[in-house]
Design a protein around this ligand. Structure first.
Ligand code: ZN
Ligand code: ZN
Length: 572
């Protein structure tokens, strides 16, 4: 910001702006300094605009370089009227056909939240150049209009790495991970010689793999990075650690982490800590945390989220409390809502429901969906029906279309015999047209992702899958497996008891993997909801009877099933 400080002195009253040497170059530089001032972003729009006004008052003509910077400083809906006025000046001055200015206008309108104007500007350009095409795609991605972005992307006469990365990242940001990966593959096949992915493309691809639990794809992306000779910098390294951890391969995550050497920044350390936490490796988490401090790296809010998460999964109440205290007292980090969520989860899972509820009531911010969700799952686990009801009501208030919450609330009322309330909740669901979120599992076999819904019969090999599942069930029943169809106190299931337990998507995925892989191959599954206790029992037995390692990532954590036991120690 030294340049900025120097330039600010130009605006000082003692500086004579009418001085003949103050030409448009100086004014433009000054506008740019104000527009890009990082230390005062909130006022950069007003101050750069005021420099522009003074430039006009002094009779200096703006040129092609004046507007891109000026427009860049308008980046919130409250700046839209400034942007429109400047747009009018550009039209009057006859500068509107400049490609730089056109691109800047599109970016400005989308940053100010007016996508209609952004499109209008774009549509009026007779032959948009590549950066202009990219800017209209970016502007649609920014506001979540991903299908519009894709339509424009498909119309582009020519694309570069920015166009592809922007589109892939757009899919990532709206949760369309499979689309992100398939677009990357398309890029590879169509533009093998012309477009080379860069570090941003690869880190989007890696995070898509992580979200999907697609280990084979992720490994392939890793090899690709090495083969291309891309520098293994800390951004890529952190993405790799995160990907391997989320795909269930903590050893690989560790080896990437170790190979990063002294380059590691706080994000890399935090990614490793979160990965270990997700795998229930609390002790190692704490060890890495102290190693990090020994090396002079100061933990941040993300690091502490990982640490607290490790305490939650290990049921380490007193450690969690101590770290939470250290966070603000020793490191001066103000806890965010996510940290409070961890503490609620920590108390709740350990059965301290009243303490958890007290945290929810006394936290300085309004509890959000994950906080109530944490309280809900612990009150379910420990049979506290009152707290269950309270959390569900709050969840429905915050997320009126959360299908799972309605289903659970009606189940809670059914348990309590409050049939009037059951009917009321069901009517509400019907009136609001709320559909249940179906349980869904993804399994990667031979580098291809297969998706199964509960009771799914759409797979081309459905017949074989169901036969296999039946065979497996028979064998397990001989060994003493009993399906949990009976009522267990508050063992409420998001997927509902009425749907045959034997067809839950993870069971179908396991049966499919048995059909398609050779004995001994570990099976990796990603499930969108929490695994139910019956599926948990089923897979524990599968791991013993058939001697198979099964790794399931549900919406909460990883479950490693080997020799009839699960790494969560039945605590999830
Ligand atoms: Zn299940
Ligand atoms: Zn488990």
């Amino acid at each position: 910001m030294r340049v900025y400080a120097k330039l600010v002195s130009l605006t000082h009253p003692s500086f004579h702006l009418s001085h003949p040497t103050v030409d448009s170059f100086t004014w433009n530089t000054l506008i740019r300094a104000h527009a890009q001032s990082e230390d005062r972003p909130a006022i950069s729009a007003v101050s750069s605009l005021s420099v522009y006004m003074r430039m006009r008052c002094h009779g200096v003509e703006p040129d092609f370089h004046t507007f891109p910077f000026l427009l860049q400083s308008f980046d919130s809906p409250s700046h839209l009227h400034f942007g429109r006025q400047v747009h009018a000046h550009i039209l009057c001055l006859g500068l509107v056909s400049d490609p730089f200015i056109q691109t800047s206008l599109i970016c400005m309108y989308s940053s100010c939240g007016d996508s209609n104007y952004a499109h209008q500007v774009f549509d009026e350009i007779p032959n948009p150049d590549l950066p202009t095409w990219n800017s209209i795609i970016a502007s649609n991605v920014k506001i979540g209009l991903i299908s519009t972005a894709r339509q424009i992307f498909d119309r582009m006469p020519q694309r570069n790495v920015i166009s592809w990365s922007c589109m892939i990242n757009g899919y990532m940001r709206c949760g369309k991970y499979r689309e992100a990966l398939s677009l990357f593959r398309e890029m590879q096949s169509l533009e093998l010689d012309t477009v080379r992915p860069n570090e941003f493309t690869m880190s989007s691809v890696l995070s898509a793999c992580g979200r999907l639990g697609a280990l084979e794809h992720g490994k392939w992306a890793h090899t690709y990075i090495d083969k291309c000779g891309m520098e293994m910098n800390v951004v890529l390294g952190t993405s790799l650690i995160d990907m391997y951890a989320k795909c269930g391969s903590i050893e690989k995550a560790r080896s990437v982490f170790d190979n990063l050497g002294p380059k590691k920044d706080v994000m890399a350390w935090s990614a490793m800590i979160s990965g270990l936490a997700m795998h229930g490796l609390g002790e190692e988490c704490f060890a890495i945390f102290s190693r990090m401090q020994d090396q002079g790296i100061r933990p941040n809010a993300v690091t502490f989220l990982g640490i607290l998460c490790a305490c939650v999964h290990g049921g380490l109440v007193s450690e969690g409390k101590a770290y939470f205290k250290r966070m603000s007292e020793e490191f001066g980090i103000t806890p965010l809502i996510q940290h409070y969520g961890c503490i609620v989860d920590l108390y709740g899972r350990a059965g301290l429901i009243d303490e958890a509820l007290n945290v929810v009531k006394s936290m300085p911010m309004k509890p959000d969906v994950p906080v109530w969700g944490a309280l809900l799952s612990s009150s379910r686990m420990h049979g506290s029906i009152k707290t269950c009801e309270l959390s569900l009501k709050q969840l429905i208030k915050l997320e009126p279309s959360n299908s799972g919450a309605y289903v659970l609330l009606s189940n809670v009322y059914a348990k309590m015999g409050r049939w009037e309330d059951v009917r009321y909740v069901r009517d509400q669901m019907e009136a609001k047209g709320i559909k249940k979120l179906p349980g869904c599992s993804l399994v990667e076999v031979g580098g291809i992702l297969h998706e199964f819904l509960v009771g799914d019969e759409s797979h081309p090999e459905a017949r074989e899958i169901y036969l296999m599942l039946e065979e497996m069930m028979k064998r397990l029943k001989m060994e003493g497996y009993v399906g949990k169809t009976g009522e267990v106190l508050l063992d409420l299931d998001e997927e509902g008891r009425e749907l045959a337990l034997s067809f839950h998507s993870e069971k179908l995925a396991v049966a499919f993997a048995f059909l398609k892989t050779s004995p001994g191959t570990p099976i990796r599954i990603v499930k969108n909801l929490r695994i139910c206790s019956d599926c948990h029992d089923f897979i524990k037995m599968v791991s013993r009877i058939f001697d198979r390692e099964v790794i399931i990532r549900d919406c909460n954590r990883f479950h490693y099933f080997t020799h009839g036991l699960c790494s969560c120690k039945d605590y999830w």
